[in-house]
Ligand binder design. Structure first.
Ligand code: NHW
Ligand code: EN5
Length: 388
């Protein structure tokens, strides 16, 4: 069934119930001198490139490949449309390796036809912090699908990760592969219900009119939490403490230091938004919420070409009730022109999803580790990791 994945150091379906297998790395690191020095062979029409994302031209080519060929929903009504600024943010975190930004070109025409990336991240699994690669943006041009290019790309990124003496990876996919550490549900909160219905993202409920639907999803104009404001650079130490303390609650979670928080959490226009609650009396930072901007192209609609979606990122509540904190996040997202606010059922998200009128979507997201076995599948609420 999985001719490629059966050969890889990942949890296999046949081992799913087997609690005699130990938790931890599936295979041991080899000496770097034993890591293959040359790239894997591609079919002769193609060649590897390392993408220099600092170059505007390269960035434009990657953007165009993904805009036209990246992830769609099951009915091909929407396609992720990561912006160039977003890609630069996602691909150049602290300590990133340029060699992990991998493209495939047609030799004759130089056209970019495939892409895969990794970025380094410290991820804790139970008590162990492991330097991993987060692998994302795997994409093969629509005209070159089902030619087994993806396994070669995965082997090549693995090789380049190994060359940096890193032996584990984390990744997500909408498809089931051997084997998920957990499976999460996407939830959606309508902010602009009329547009969502017009473009087929959502449907008018039974016995609902458009005006009743608009009223149902109406939000206050202003946030209600005293001390709720945008995160600023001077907040980095306090936010890092708050996040680190919160993420201890989860079985798998990133191990963020201040440099990571600066990169991943500091607000960046049209990329990531972060808000916090500063206690009006003590000036303590007690709560935090964040979301990233990921529009989708609307495929074949006369009236609208993009859906502006916010994706829940990392949230922490210690004083402000979850419902109030996340309702304020919805209010600022609405004010900033988002059509929908999406979230997974990870961390404590289940405590607010239903009450804040999120509804389950038709998509699931499976989380995976490469070369690290867990004894049991996790519940989504045991996962403290959000990938882009
Ligand atoms: S998930 C988004 C992936 N991208 C898309 O869905 C975009 C649209 N689709 C495509 O471009 C986020 C193609 O359909 C792709 C497959 C390229 C997906 N992950 O070339 P073939 C990520 O980027 C397996 C992993 O013929 P194709 C995460 C499939 O099961 N494997 O197919 C990426 C089969 O193997 P099997 C996937 O349709 C994580 C083989 O590919 C997969 O032309 C990568 C078929 O290949 C997926 N999303 O191209 C793993 N989709 O064994 C990183 C299909 O079943 C692992 N396949 O026969 C860690 C590496 C680093 C380790 C470091 C120590
Ligand atoms: C790697 N970082 O299927 C990511 N999205 O539910 C790769 N559905 O938007 C993996 N089909 O349910 C990505 N509307 C896997 C996800 C791929 C994209 C995807 C789903 C997630 C999605 C929407 C639109 C469906 C269109 C038809 C959906 C219903 C919303 C409704 C709002 C009102 C309350 C009930 C729900």
């Amino acid at each position: 069934k999985h001719k490629f994945w059966e050969t890889q150091p990942v949890g296999q379906f046949k081992d799913l119930g087997d609690s005699s297998l130990p938790e931890g790395p599936i295979e041991q690191p080899t000496p770097l001198s034993e890591v293959k020095q040359e790239p894997f062979n591609l079919p002769t029409p193609y060649e590897w490139i390392t993408c220099n994302m600092d170059s505007d031209e390269m960035c434009n080519e990657v953007y165009a490949l993904l805009t036209n060929n990246y992830v769609e929903d099951d009915e091909s009504m929407f396609r992720f449309n990561y912006s160039k600024e977003f890609l630069l943010w996602a691909l150049r975190p602290p300590g990133y390796y340029r060699s992990w930004h991998i493209g495939v070109r047609v030799k004759s025409s130089k056209k970019l036809v495939a892409f895969i990336t990794g970025v380094p991240a410290k991820i804790r699994v139970r008590d162990t912090v492991i330097v991993m690669a987060e692998v994302n943006f795997l994409c093969v041009h629509k005209k070159l699908r089902s030619k087994r290019l993806a396994p070669v790309m995965i082997k090549e990124v693995t090789r380049r990760v190994h060359l940096e003496n890193i032996w584990q990876a984390a990744y997500t996919a909408g498809v089931v592969l051997p084997t998920p550490i957990t499976t999460c549900q996407y939830w959606h909160r309508s902010l602009n219900p009329k547009k969502l219905i017009d473009v087929g993202f959502s449907r008018l409920g039974a016995r609902m009119t458009m005006s009743r639907t608009i009223k149902l999803y109406k939000l206050p104009e202003q946030t209600v939490t005293l001390g709720f404001r945008k995160m600023e650079p001077h907040d980095i130490p306090a936010v890092t403490r708050l996040l680190r303390n919160y993420l201890k609650l989860f079985v798998v979670a990133p191990d963020f230091d201040e440099d990571d928080v600066e990169h991943w959490m500091l607000p960046k226009e049209n990329v990531v938004d972060s808000y916090l609650v500063e206690s009006p009396d003590t000036h303590e930072i007690t709560d935090f919420c964040s979301f990233y901007t990921l529009p989708s192209s609307i495929l074949g609609n006369q009236n609208h070409s993009t859906l502006k979606a916010a994706y829940s990122y990392y949230n922490v509540s210690t004083k402000t009730p979850w419902l109030q904190l996340m309702n304020d996040a919805l209010i600022v997202a609405k004010k900033n022109g988002f059509d929908v606010f999406n979230a997974l059922d990870v961390m404590h998200n289940e405590t607010f999803l239903k009450e804040l009128k999120f509804g389950p979507g038709d998509g699931k997201l499976h989380y995976y580790l490469y070369n690290y076995r867990l004894k049991n599948v996790l519940r989504p609420s045991e996962l403290g990791l959000v990938l882009l």
